[in-house]
Design a protein around this ligand. Sequence first.
Ligand code: 5AD
Ligand code: SF4
Ligand code: FES
Length: 360
Amino acid sequence: MDDVLRKPRLERPDIVRLLGAQGDELQALLDYALATKLKHLDNNVHLRGLVEYSNKCRKSCMYCGLRKQNSKVVRYTVSDEEVLQCARTALELGYGSMAIQSGERTDCEFVDGVERVLRAIKRLSDGKLGITLSCGEQTEEVYRRWFDAGAHRYLLRIESSTRELYYSIHPDTPEHSFERRLECIDTLLGIGYQTGTGVMVGLPGQTLEHLADDLLFFRSKDVAMVGLGPFIPHPDTPLWALRDQIPSKEERIKLTLKMIATLRIMMPEINMVSATANQTLDAFGREKAVMAGANVIMPNLTPQRYREEYLIYPDKACVGDRPEECFHCLDMRMKVVNHNILYNEWGDSVAFIKRQQGKG
Ligand code: 5AD
Ligand code: SF4
Ligand code: FES
């Protein structure tokens, strides 16, 4: 095990081996990943104040509560003034960055709206707030407009880098094209976004080999950020029917931690999110992810009246908690595991910054 961990470059069989680690070997993996993070990045954690900007979505991903076919969801778009109020809260709490997330929409009202709020946040904060977008697949023109308006990071999860597994969780229709998703990630990288991607862990039919290929995919794209989290079945989606065919909660969390730890060893300087979904399955899920190598957390700033309508998966953590409550809670939780939240800084990906400098 020690020999595998210390290899200069992990290959597919090594990765499968690490993802299958149990007992003492698992502990050795987690320890080595934490040591790698502390060596390359320090014990700092960066925050992204999250605004769930709109839950309207043109897609029908088979795992997601916001899918178009789910008529139980009351659809909304947050107003410009409300987004700005979130930005003021972020500034007051010392959050250095915001994240704007939504269902996938390509209508002009939405595209223009995102551009408008990006500019407004930049103006309001005098450029102090960094901004991550996570608004799905768009044309290159739209990605460029948003980049020019001030977004500098973009997160678009591949969900699974294996074509067959991708189509087992998405309908096989033109709007759910795997190739299009890949193209979008390349477009984002080309424009110069700090580009992030990621997958869900514990999907029906997913093997350690699939997960190893996901990690190899992240490395092959040289992405700046990764967000990965456990799959949580949602009762109003088609994948609910397969909930008996997935690993237990404990297994999904464990596998997520192994994915984070292995990736931290493979890509020591990227930004990695500790997903809120970890907290849904385990009361200390976010802390465990940070101890396994994650270095970013996204506390929710969405106005309270919309929150119940943004349930991508059930039992989301912090849905009823006010921003100040999460602020204190997270600060304390990170201190308990010897980490330090870095306030008032963008917290860009060190991997990305170094690559830029190399190019310059
Ligand atoms: N469980 C966990 N994560 C989910 N996502 C969507 N549905 C679920 C679910 N049921 C994740 C996807 C998507 C992001 C918005 O949320 O990875 O990219
Ligand atoms: Fe829409 Fe994203 Fe949910 Fe898919 S995962 S249904 S694109 S919100
Ligand atoms: Fe939201 Fe703890 S982080 S209540």
